[in-house]
Design a protein around this ligand. Structure first.
Ligand code: IPM
Ligand code: MG
Length: 368
């Protein structure tokens, strides 16, 4: 049997550094668990623009479509701020999401015990936190038409359109309900049905899918602004949150920060099953390219390594190996190892990106 294929798009800023650590983990699985991947690397974002004049070439897009899973680092940087909108690094990422039709973006926010004190909230509010935000990723105001900036009389007008079809809402709702069944069986749907037509439809469709297909799951609804408030007040009331593209963007950053560091959180973006039964999938850390610390060995590789753990679980049906990797990370943190982002004003000396990667691999070894 041939090995499953993995396309690595490390991207810009700290992307390549954190991906180097993921490669160590991938190599470990090949050497020690007989779990090998055919890894190909390519460019996305600013580095693709530098090389080819576009943030994502058609060739790279085709490779992503053909891969069993895509692993992405991060895109963007100040060097590209003044590029035309259509050439910005982010467009490469959005094109991947859209053309692969990765409609369900899973963003777990989990608080590692060793880091509970690092959150801006009290340890008892965040300790043991484990929620999953399911963000719709291929529609809504990110892609709706009309969009852009045009002239009306003497002034410019900027337009974006929030647009959702029933089927777009239904499929992401199903993803959320399915996940909830494997967790605490609760879904909270967030929209602005008090202001937006798309929000009214969102609430209706989620309610219909629930009644027809998932009556065993506990469903609640919240306006997204109240949801943000509840997330900071008592986040442990939530299990799975399902929401649209823009609210999901905001709420997932908020949820990420509850856990102490954006540098810790992975994500999975999943689409429909391919011919081989695996979902179309891309895995990426929630954090960005952090150009201010790029190239200095300061970045935390954990979010990207946890993204690979999600790939093991959701693309390759290797849930036990995913758990092994997550446990290795817990163990390293419990030992007190911290990258710079996890150290407060008076903390001890941080470890470098590669020291963190090596320590995780050592814990994997110890797990055998
Ligand atoms: C994210 C990011 C992206 C988004 C940007 C980089 C386009 O913020 O993945 O959350 O807005 O979706
Ligand atoms: Mg975001």
């Amino acid at each position: 049997m041939t090995n499953p294929s993995l396309l690595i798009l490390a991207g810009d800023g700290i992307g390549p550094e954190v991906m180097t650590e993921v490669r160590k983990v991938i190599d470990w699985y090949g050497a020690k668990r007989d779990l090998s991947f055919d890894v190909t690397e390519d460019l996305v974002g600013g580095c693709a623009y530098d090389a080819h004049g576009t943030p994502l070439t058609d060739e790279t897009m085709a490779k992503a479509q053909a891969a069993d899973a895509v692993l992405l680092g991060a895109v963007g940087g100040p060097a590209y701020d003044n590029l035309d909108f259509s050439l910005k690094p982010e467009r490469g990422l959005l094109r991947l999401r859209k053309e692969m039709d990765l409609y369900a973006n899973l963003r777990p926010a989990q608080c590692f015990d060793a880091l509970a004190d690092f959150s801006s909230l009290k340890a008892d509010v965040v300790g043991g936190l484990d929620i999953m935000i399911v963000r719709e990723l291929t529609s809504g105001v990110y892609f709706g038409e009309p969009r852009g900036i045009h002239k009306e009389g003497n002034e410019r007008v900027g337009i974006n359109t929030q647009r959702y079809t029933e089927s777009e809402i239904a499929r992401v709702a199903r993803s959320a309900f399915e996940l909830a069944r494997k967790r605490d069986n609760k879904v909270c749907s967030m929209e602005k049905a008090n202001v937006m037509g798309s929000g009214v439809l969102w609430r209706d469709v989620v309610t219909e899918i629930h009644a027809a297909e998932y009556p065993d799951v506990e469903l609640s609804h919240m306006y997204a602004d109240a949801g943000a408030m509840q997330l900071t007040r008592w986040p442990k009331q939530f299990d799975v949150i399902v929401t649209d593209n823009l609210f999901g963007d905001l709420l997932s950053d908020l949820a990420a920060m509850l856990t102490g560091s954006l540098g810790m959180l992975p994500s999975a973006s999943l689409g429909a099953p391919m011919a081989n039964g695996r979902p179309k999938a891309m895995y990426e850390p929630v954090h960005g390219s952090a150009p201010d610390i790029a190239g200095q060995g300061k970045a935390n590789p954990i979010a990207c390594i946890l993204s690979f753990a999600m790939a093991l679980r959701y693309s390759f049906d290797e849930g036990d190996e995913a758990t092994r990797l997550e446990d290795a990370i817990e163990a390293v943190l419990a030992d007190g190892l911290r990258t710079a982002d996890l150290i407060g004003e008076e903390g001890s000396a941080p470890v470098s990106t590669s020291e963190m990667g090596d320590a995780i691999v050592a814990k994997l070894d110890a797990s055998l």
